[in-house]
Design a protein. Structure first.
Ligand SMILES: Cc1cc2nc3c(=O)[nH]c(=O)nc-3n(C[C@H](O)[C@H](O)[C@H](O)COP(=O)(O)OP(=O)(O)OC[C@H]3O[C@@H](n4cnc5c(N)ncnc54)[C@H](O)[C@@H]3O)c2cc1C
Length: 381
């Protein structure tokens, strides 16, 4: 294995490229094998919200991992800016949850009185104050909750920056190169086997192939990862910036009527997203797009007359317990997983990359990663 690379990573989404960047920055020889172009799958389709308590569900172990990742985000994007010159539009002006029914209001009040409120920096906001913060919200607000510890990033720019930074740090990214499986001998990994049949030798291999991770051959037991489809659309708020008011329809992330509205720096308003278990059925559907439009315009009625500029769909990598799989394979030395990040892979990228780099380079398995091992899905005789 003298000509073997230190770490081969299968998949150049946000997870694979963050890890490649972190490893290469620390001096490791890294090869990323990507069948398409970097960051063009779930990473490209995402909304870019960094919500430790929202997108990351309510599992305490995941919240802990997500909070840690959020704490690392400012340093993560600062390093990318320094190394690539790309501003990934990291913004920290919070998220406004808006309740229009008594039941929704009750939920927000419960959250505001609950144990996470201080950590969330979550404060109830009266209806009039909510409309002062976001004047174009529909009338009829019961109450609102402003969550300060809820940030955002432009995930498409992030994908570009990560691939550029990884390459600049010395990682090799082979695009247009599908991997068929893992090569192994004597109970340990020896490399990756491309679909062409060629084997690229590597001392360690990380599977970061998103929703397709379970298709990689040679894994000791089937990987329980499946696609969870999400549809989104974008409305062009620039028409308004150029118009009489000079302001965009919203200025921070707003959640209400079941949907999220996410402002981008170029004036676009993203609307997301559906959550569908329909396999790999690609593309937006009339039903999905109709739901997004109805939810968005019920929340901010002025959106209804602005240009609809894009619709898209992507596949979140799901697992049976909705938690990611991050860590080593106990049955095949040198094989690691970094997949199954479902609704929070953009948020979890820094902590995944940094703790996994500690594991791969120093053999240290961080306490934070313990709940996310593949062992939890392994049947033992
Ligand atoms: C609509 C939507 C909204 C979302 N919103 C958010 C959000 O607001 N915040 C958040 O944190 N997360 C969000 N997510 C989730 C987030 O996008 C994912 O968790 C994250 O992008 C997963 O990254 P990944 O690198 O594991 O997968 P991907 O980005 O899918 O990358 C996997 C890569 O592996 C490659 N690959 C697959 N198989 C092979 C093979 N055999 N050989 C070589 N390469 C292969 C693919 O081509 C792809 O480039 C959202 C997702 C969707 C779909």
């Amino acid at each position: 294995m003298s000509d073997a690379i230190d770490v081969a990573i299968i998949g150049a989404g946000v997870i694979g490229t963050s890890l490649a960047h972190e490893l290469a920055r620390r001096g490791a020889g890294v090869l990323v094998v990507e069948r398409d172009s970097p960051g063009r799958r779930a990473t490209w389709a995402a909304a870019g919200m960094l919500s430790p308590f929202g997108e990351a569900a309510t599992d305490g172990r995941l919240v802990e991992l997500a909070e840690e990742s959020l704490d690392r985000y400012a340093g993560f994007v600062h390093a990318l800016r320094e190394q690539t010159g790309i501003d990934v539009e990291y913004r920290t002006n919070g998220k406004l949850h808006v309740a229009y029914t008594a039941a929704e209001a009750e939920n927000l009040r419960r959250l505001a009185a609950g144990p996470f409120a201080a950590r969330l920096q979550a404060n109830l906001v009266a209806p009039e104050a909510a409309r002062e913060l976001e004047p174009e919200l529909a009338e009829g607000i019961e109450c609102a909750l402003l969550v300060g510890r809820d940030h955002r990033v432009n995930n498409r720019l992030l994908a570009q920056a990560l691939a550029a930074a990884a390459a600049r740090a010395g990682a090799v990214i082979r695009t247009g190169t599908p991997t068929a499986g893992i090569a192994a001998a004597g109970g340990r990994v020896t490399g990756v086997r491309l679909s062409s049949g060629q084997v690229l030798p590597a001392r360690q291999v990380v599977i970061a192939a998103g929703s397709w991770s379970g298709d990689i051959e040679g894994i000791p037991q089937a990987l329980p990862i499946f696609p969870v489809k999400g549809q989104m659309l974008a409305i062009d708020g620039r028409a308004r910036i150029n118009g009489r008011s000079g302001r965009t329809p919203i200025s921070r992330v707003v959640h209400g009527r079941g949907a999220h509205l996410i402002p981008r720096e170029d004036g676009r308003i993203l609307v997301g997203s559906t959550v569908e278990e329909v396999g790999f059925r690609t593309g937006p559907t009339p039903r999905g797009v109709r739901w997004l439009i109805e939810s968005a315009t019920a929340l901010v009625p002025t959106l209804a007359d602005l240009p609809l500029v894009e619709t898209w769909a992507g596949f979140r990598p799901g697992t049976p317990d909705q938690l990611p799989i991050i860590g080593p394979d106990p049955d095949l030395e040198g094989l690691c997983y970094a997949s199954g990040h479902l609704r929070s892979g953009i948020l979890l990228a820094p902590v995944t990359a940094q703790t996994l780099a500690d594991l791969l380079l120093e053999g240290t398995r961080h306490e934070l990663l313990m709940p996310f091992g593949i062992e939890r899905f392994r049947s033992r005789p």
